[in-house]
Write a protein that binds this ligand. Structure first.
Ligand code: CA
Length: 427
């Protein structure tokens, strides 16, 4: 696969995250105009809702883009997804006949505000990065019991909250919670002192499944519409006290930030890679039928207020032990139905070496090894007014499939969290 050239010149630069090969799906607004569906191309966004109204895109009898979310298109299935991709490629390709008709519907990306790209139906988060699970296990339980015996057989996950999934750029308020250190006699209620990120990739479910009908790994892969960057904000001190025996609850409920662009499965197709060697054979229903992971370079940066950023870690989605299709398949084994707009978090993605760890918990080894920043500061966990930025890209032959940025700034905890509740609106 090589670069597909576009008449939008900025899309042809080798380092452009949004060449014609990508066509990621977002929701944008400019000034006071209503939010609407758009596709990134170079330094522009093409307004697909306007293209549909103008008759330049016609994929179904009823409009697919008359709402500020991609859910309707996502529910339409793979044939329609492919038809949209083919049509946009025709309209934006170098030498396209419709250039003059399409050009008025391009928006300068710098002038656009980006919103949540889809309505999140439900959110499930997994724990499928082996290095992360091992590192956290060592810190929480010691090296003997680091990896629970079920881990190499089951994609471990929990049901999270869709209500706290927010768009990139949304400020995150440091949460209060029950904290109790190992040496404390009793818990106290206080702002989290160990607020953290988790570098993840989220799979976006397009096609639903029926209640009582488990899907195979192959069927699960076909249900996935695309992928977004995902930061699963985590309060480690709340987590350490609350997690037994039922796992994460308030520690993970403050917010989950997702990136503005859904990179479609079709755009990632050239980057498929196989999963790692298995410690024990997976049960047959979970086995790979073909490569299910992707070679996607990921990084996380921390930017203190008014200072330059430091890249804290670089890793890759291919580090996962279980792919999204395996997680989704496992999710349905009970008969649980999946819906259009379900968001499936991969789990924190950490590599083997120290600079490839996808959380501050691991990077600072539980707070014992402070991380040096480019501006001279140090961190163990997030400080007030730090902005955390996730980035991702798959690098092809002369082109890049970028995910944009997934960013959030951590605001100081409220002095009294009950004095004014509900100040954080969903974007
Ligand atoms: Ca997580």
């Amino acid at each position: 696969m090589a670069l597909i050239r576009s008449w939008v010149e900025s899309a042809n630069a080798p380092d452009s995250p949004f060449p014609l090969n990508n066509l990621p799906c977002g929701v944008m607004s400019v000034g006071e105009t209503p939010a609407r569906c758009g596709v990134a191309i170079g330094e522009s966004i093409v307004d697909v809702s306007a293209l549909e109204r103008a008759g330049l895109i016609k994929l179904a009898h009823a409009p697919l883009f008359d709402a500020p979310s991609w859910n309707r298109l996502m529910a339409a299935g793979e044939t329609v997804w492919a038809a949209l991709r083919a049509r946009l490629t025709d309209l934006l390709r170098a030498g396209a006949q419709e250039r003059d008709a399409v050009a008025p519907h391009l928006v300068d990306m710098r002038s656009a505000r980006l919103h949540l790209p889809f309505v999140v139906a439900e959110y499930t988060d997994f724990y499928a990065g082996r290095n992360h699970a091992y590192n956290v296990g060592v810190m929480f339980r010691g090296p003997e019991n680091a990896l629970p015996p079920n881990w190499i057989h089951i994609p471990i996950g929990y049901n999270g909250r869709a209500s706290s999934v927010v768009a990139s750029g949304t400020d995150i308020r440091r949460p209060w919670g029950q904290l109790k250190g190992p040496d404390d006699a009793a818990p106290r209620f206080a702002p989290s002192q160990r607020f953290d990120i988790e570098l993840e990739l989220g799979a976006v479910v397009g096609l639903p499944s029926r209640r009582g009908c488990p899907v195979t790994v192959e069927e699960a892969d076909a249900m996935i519409f695309g992928y977004v960057l995902l930061n699963d904000w985590s309060a480690r001190d709340i987590q350490a006290w609350e997690y037994q025996p039922l796992g994460p609850f308030q520690a993970k409920a403050t917010a989950t930030t997702i990136g503005p662009w859904i990179v479609t499965k079709a755009a990632l197709e050239p980057f498929r890679v196989s999963g790692p060697p298995r410690d024990a054979p997976l049960l047959p229903y979970l086995r790979e039928t073909r490569p299910l992971l992707y070679d996607i370079a990921l990084e996380v940066a921390l930017q203190p207020e008014g200072a330059r950023e430091t890249v804290l870690a670089r890793t890759n989605y291919r580090e996962m032990y279980y792919a999204a299709a395996q997680q989704l398949c496992h999710h349905t084994t009970s008969g649980c139905p999946m819906n259009t707009g379900d968001l499936i978090g991969s789990g924190t993605i950490s590599g083997e070496d120290k600079h490839s760890r996808g959380s501050l918990l691991e990077l600072s080894w539980g707070g014992r090894e402070p991380i040096a920043l480019a501006d001279g500061g140090v961190r163990t966990f997030i400080a007030d007014n730090d902005t955390l930025i996730l980035r991702g890209a798959a690098h092809g032959d002369g082109y890049t499939i970028g995910f944009g940025e997934c960013a959030g700034k951590v605001l100081p905890a409220l002095k009294d969290p009950f004095a004014r509740a509900g100040t954080e609106d969903r974007v």
